[in-house]
Write a protein that binds this ligand. Sequence first.
Ligand code: ATP
Ligand SMILES: C[C@H](O)[C@H](O)[C@@H](O)C(=O)CO
Length: 466
Amino acid sequence: MTKYYLAVDIGASSGRLILGHLENGKMVLEEVHRFENGMVKKDGELCWEFDRLFVEIKDGLKKCKELGKIPVSMGVDTWGVDYVLLDEAGQVLGNTVGYRDHRTEGMDEEVYKIIPQEKLYERTGIQKEIFNTIYQLMAVKKKHPEYLEKADTLLHVPDYFHYLLTGKKTCEYTEATTGQLVSPLTKDWDYELIDMLGYPRKMFQKLIMPGTPIGHLTKEVQEEVGFDLEVVAPATHDTGSAVLAVPANDDDFIYISSGTWSLMGLERKEADCSLKSCGMNLTNEGGYGGRFRYLKNIMGLWMIQSVRHEFQDKYGFGEICQMAEEAKDFPSRVDANAQCFLSPENMTKEIQDYCRRTGQQVPETLGQIATVIYTSLAECYARTAKSLEEMTGRTYSRIHIVGGGANAGYLNELTAKATGKEVHAGPTEATAIGNITAQMLEAGEFRSVEEARTAIHQSFDIKIYK
Ligand SMILES: Nc1ncnc2c1ncn2[C@@H]1O[C@H](COP(=O)(O)OP(=O)(O)OP(=O)(O)O)[C@@H](O)[C@H]1O
Ligand SMILES: C[C@H](O)[C@H](O)[C@@H](O)C(=O)CO
């Protein structure tokens, strides 16, 4: 009988439930459910709609039942850093605020009064991003100390969905590392740091590694969806799952996990927490099997997504990509990682203002704006490739682009040109594939990560740009 594994992969812009199984050694995917995601304003704060997302997860499970394809296990992955605080009764405290909210402004300075930035990097190896959990918790401490007083448990977003599904409170390691409170040496919470910051120790659950079985569906969920299965933690940070699905086993490449963000980096056995690495703001996130994801967060296709919304979602991503190519001679560039693009009121205006401020030609049409974004991203990729090469003292000949952004052919071409490297684009559902792979490894369908990556390479289309 076919054994199906289910990935619940929720990105910042969309979520999907994807079934995977093996057929003659190849992985076969079937998308059963897809839905929109994004932050919405609540009480003046940018928040996630976790209740709605949980309904979507259950709707997807019901579709599995309708299809007669009951998975043996499932796992949830999402973006990084965000979390909920639960009280003793398991209720969420406060709004489910997302990482683009402005509440963390100035919280870096509050943290550095307690521990200087370089020391923090030395202990955690995590890049400074103003939205890291460490700064979000400082915002709560300053603005809503009552939540910290009442908090019994901190769960990151995938852990929260695992809790709603099983009733079990767990904290998965790869996602936890994004928060900047985990030690890369012990691969556990840095409790000393947590104490220094005055965050209640008891909120932090014992960390579990990807591949750990969590439990079965609660009676209520079973009754609603019509079946039971085991929940197994994947690399719950979506980038961790995406990197597990990079279709290569050598070490001559840099990857880009390309979706809302572009996460560009390398897989390494040790974390580099040096001052030089800190200066380049490269991060050492926890990966599958104890590896590290040494990478940079680049603003990514969030810029395209935002502009698309501002043009009333009239055009598909493929059409926008084509318009950008038609406007390819437009000369202006922006720093794709400038903070002004993290959460602007209006991305189109922000890009135009940036060009105006820097004395460049101001883009007006959608094609011109998109070409500014794509070319600026490609230039940022080229700079990041150089930083990674400088830090490792070697060069890499290929770039593997995985995730939805691998569909952006024009960006792939620009990336090949800007970096001088061969670009291998695909698979586009790498995150779901990595999620399923962790479950399959746990179930013994693959004997090793290498075997899984060979199967992934053989199972999905990969387009090469020279
Ligand atoms: N046909 C296409 N042509 C060009 N770009 C595309 C195409 N399809 C998808 N994309 C790009 O891929 C992005 C979506 O990628 P993906 O689905 O991996 O993101 P996500 O899962 O919502 O977010 P996250 O990266 O946070 O997980 C879109 O924002 C878009 O820019
Ligand atoms: C906050 C970002 O979502 C995070 O840093 C990034 O790694 C991610 O999760 C992309 O999906």
